[in-house]
Design a protein around this ligand. Structure first.
Ligand code: ATP
Length: 257
């Protein structure tokens, strides 16, 4: 592994131990024996070539994909063996942001954000604008303000730019009051400036609110600028685990050779 300069500090938000995954029928594992600890509030980039298993790793960390071996802990709590409501409750600690924002186009921005509260809703209906309580609407507005889009709350989602839509998707993830944000190539389809704006929002959330951030990216400059630490997947294993301060763009490019 490339020089592991990262030294764990503080309480652990996410602990991964000995994780391995091979898809059925595949000749080789996606990766094997992956272990790392992420302290609360750390910003971590996951890099690696196409097919290195970045998305699979992110999903295995929530058991959206079942690993073949190993264990994942949120804090001290192991996800192994959790089922149904217990697993859903544990997963609700993580706000997941995808490459595609998946907003409901004909609904307002505020209603889309309210949908993020479904993770802890008793009845889904209460998450529609007009039915939701003032308390929930105010919280949704607060989440929108955290991504600097409070002024667009009444706009239809299909009238937003790509960058604005992704920021609404982040606000929707914040609505579930997560401890961690996992983001899978969140700026892949955005222009450079919108991509920077979205990465800055993530970074501010991690720095100002101690939200732990784990994001997959192919933008090496984002890994260096917006992450405290970089994990790199290469040759079916974790080939890099180092603080971004200690890395150069040339070293990161080496993960793609
Ligand atoms: N559900 C699945 N069933 C079978 N194989 C899968 C499945 N999901 C992913 N794979 C395979 O696992 C490998 C890793 O895929 P993954 O999407 O995690 O890679 P990635 O590093 O995120 O790639 P990219 O940078 O192209 O998005 C690939 O070979 C992919 O084809």
């Amino acid at each position: 592994m490339l020089e592991a300069t990262y030294k764990p500090a503080g309480d652990t938000a996410l602990r991964v131990r000995g994780l391995s995954k091979r898809f059925e029928g595949a000749a080789a594992p996606v990766w094997s024996d992956i272990s790392f600890d992420i302290p609360h509030g750390q910003r971590v980039a996951i890099i690696g070539g196409n097919g290195a298993g970045k998305s699979t790793l992110l999903r295995c960390c929530m058991r959206l994909i079942e690993p073949d071996a190993g264990e994942v802990f949120f804090g001290d709590r192991s996800l192994s063996g959790l089922r149904g409501r217990e697993l859903a409750k544990a997963r609700a600690r993580v706000g997941f942001v995808f490459q595609k924002h998946n907003l409901v186009s004909r609904l307002s921005v505020l209603t889309n954000v309210l949908h993020g509260g479904m993770a802890w809703a008793r009845t889904p209906r209460m998450w529609f604008h007009g039915i939701a309580t003032d308390e929930h609407r105010n919280y949704a507005l607060h989440c929108l303000e955290r991504v600097k889009l409070g002024h667009l709350c009444e706009r239809r989602a299909d009238e937003l730019s790509g960058g604005q839509s992704q920021r609404v998707a982040i606000a929707r993830a914040l609505m579930q009051k997560p401890k961690m944000i996992f983001a899978d190539e969140p700026v892949a389809s955005l222009d450079p400036q919108a991509g920077e704006d979205v990465m800055q929002v993530f970074s501010d959330l991690a720095c100002d609110e101690s939200l732990t951030l784990l994001f997959v990216t192919h933008h090496l400059e984002h890994a260096l600028r917006y992450a405290d630490r970089v994990l790199g997947l290469q040759d079916f294993r974790l080939g890099l685990d180092a603080s971004s301060d200690s890395l150069s763009a040339r070293q990161l490019r080496g993960m793609y050779e």
